[in-house]
Design a protein around this ligand. Structure first.
Ligand SMILES: [Zn+2]
Ligand SMILES: [Zn+2]
Length: 201
């Protein structure tokens, strides 16, 4: 089960986490891989869309984002990319080493990489500049139409994560695509500003 939330951006939802498949013309790129139960759902969506999955970008190493990495790698042999500071955590969680080690400002498969450490050391946001869509990983979550912080116990450094949330106001985007909660289409920046004000950042 997947839905196209924006032209060429497909969302697969599993229990409490979303994976996105982004159409890059002749192939698909996955943003995150969900839990270990998500692999079949992703492969079904890839088949329905009818284009090969050739790359996977991980926003960070937590198991609700990397749980199906091994399965997807085995089934598709997609190139796996993540921030260089997240490599150790991904290896620890999945036993796999990313093929491509990203740095802040890199462009990979049409996404600009924004290094936003705080939730984890190598957390990244991915900006699709063409559609002004920002994939935020766990930097913020959506609940009931509002953005919120990830509960502090899940973050390595919640205060640092707060600074990153504020920094996102400087990024040019309209759509905010979270891993947890519903995508905010058109009003992502507005909702982020609301959160920054609510937290007094
Ligand atoms: Zn996380
Ligand atoms: Zn998560």
């Amino acid at each position: 089960m997947h839905e196209e939330v924006l032209p060429g951006i497909h969302r697969i939802f599993d229990t409490f986490v979303s994976v996105y498949l982004v159409d890059r013309g002749d192939h698909l790129v996955a943003v995150d891989t969900g839990m270990d139960t998500t692999c079949g759902k992703i492969l079904d969506a890839v088949e329905e869309i009818g284009k090969p999955l050739t790359a996977i970008v991980l926003t960070h190493g937590h198991l609700d984002h990397t749980g199906s990495l091994k399965c997807l790698k085995e089934r598709t042999n997609a190139v796996v990319a993540a921030h260089v500071d997240e490599v150790e955590l991904i290896k620890e969680k999945t036993g796999l080493e990313p093929d491509v080690k990203l740095k802040d400002g890199d462009v990979f498969e049409g996404f600009r990489v924004l290094h936003k450490p705080g939730h984890t050391r190598g957390s990244i946001c991915l900006l699709d500049e063409k559609s002004k869509s920002l994939f935020v990983g766990d930097l913020v979550i959506e609940r009931g139409g509002k953005l919120e912080e990830v509960p502090h116990q899940y973050s390595l450094d919640p205060e640092m994560n707060r600074r990153r949330i504020r920094e996102l106001l400087e990024v040019d985007f309209e759509n905010l695509l979270p891993a947890h909660g519903e995508p905010l289409l058109g009003n992502g920046k507005e909702k982020l500003r609301e959160l920054v004000e609510r937290l007094g950042l």
